[in-house]
Design a protein around this ligand. Structure first.
Ligand SMILES: [Fe+2]
Length: 258
């Protein structure tokens, strides 16, 4: 039986290839037994390239579904709806990204699991999800009240003591009634800081990590490597002047039930 000792956890790459490449170049990611990517892989300016790069990891790769992956599949399968600017549901970059995907990539996204549990040596079963274990689009924040957390985690088996999630693009690590919950943050669209957030799961537990890179060079690479019509504005907003975590908490706050 193949034993997993270390897992590199990436999330919310959102089609930003230079940010993904910076993280994949980290020695601890290159050496990890498994690379788990917890959703929202392709909804961004370089969807095709990011999926191809991830699949290049071969057997070490485990992709989990995010809400944006599910939405891209919907848009790709209903292209008329995707092009109708009157219809709500997806932001412009999602509509564009859905149009770029090859059929094999749409099929890949359509088949992604959520959540996924992996046995890690010394840590036991570790659960990987996007929003919460029960819902890829549910918002829980570092300061979400314990009763809401308990509700969102009600179906998680008792033997699962570690849960990794993404979705809100802000890293945190907190205990919830003896269970460790870690949000690895976002590789491509981080809020509150520059650089790509990720996490390393290993014998010592879960460590939050961050990979810094030159945002100007990354923005230039995205603009050169994408045909998304709004790519200059997109990179300015998400790579050059990312929102603060306090702004993001305020924007997400109503969705966590406050
Ligand atoms: Fe996301």
């Amino acid at each position: 039986v193949y034993v997993i000792r270390t897992v590199a956890v990436l999330s919310d790459v959102h089609g930003v290839l230079p940010a993904l490449d910076a993280v994949l170049a980290e020695p601890d990611v290159a050496a990890a037994d498994l690379v788990v990517v917890t959703g929202d892989h392709a909804a961004g300016p370089q969807p095709v390239q990011v999926l191809d790069r991830l699949l290049g990891l071969g057997e070490r790769l485990l992709l989990v579904r995010g809400n944006a992956d599910r939405e891209l599949v919907e848009l790709a399968l209903h292209p008329r709806r995707a092009r109708d600017p009157e219809l709500p549901g997806a932001v412009a970059v999602d509509r564009w990204a859905a149009d770029q995907l090859r059929p094999d990539q749409v099929e890949l996204l359509a088949g992604l699991p959520h959540p996924v549990t992996v046995d890690v040596e010394r840590l036991g079963p570790v659960l990987f999800c996007h929003g919460t274990p029960r819902d890829d689009d549910e918002v829980v924040l570092v300061d979400t009240r314990p009763a809401r957390w308990a509700e969102a985690f009600a179906d998680v088996p008792a033997q699962v003591r570690i849960v990794l999630c993404g979705h809100t693009h802000m890293p945190f690590s907190r205990l919830l009634d003896r269970r460790l919950v870690v949000n690895s943050g976002s590789v491509g669209m981080p809020y509150g800081h520059a650089g790509a957030s990720w996490a390393l799961v290993g014998p010592g537990g879960v460590a939050l990590r961050r990979t810094t890179f030159d945002p100007r060079a990354a923005a230039d690479a995205v603009v050169a490597g994408s045909t998304y019509p709004e790519r200059v504005e997109w990179t300015r907003e998400y790579l050059l002047t990312p929102a603060s975590d306090i702004e993001a908490l305020a924007a997400f706050g109503p969705r966590d039930g406050r």
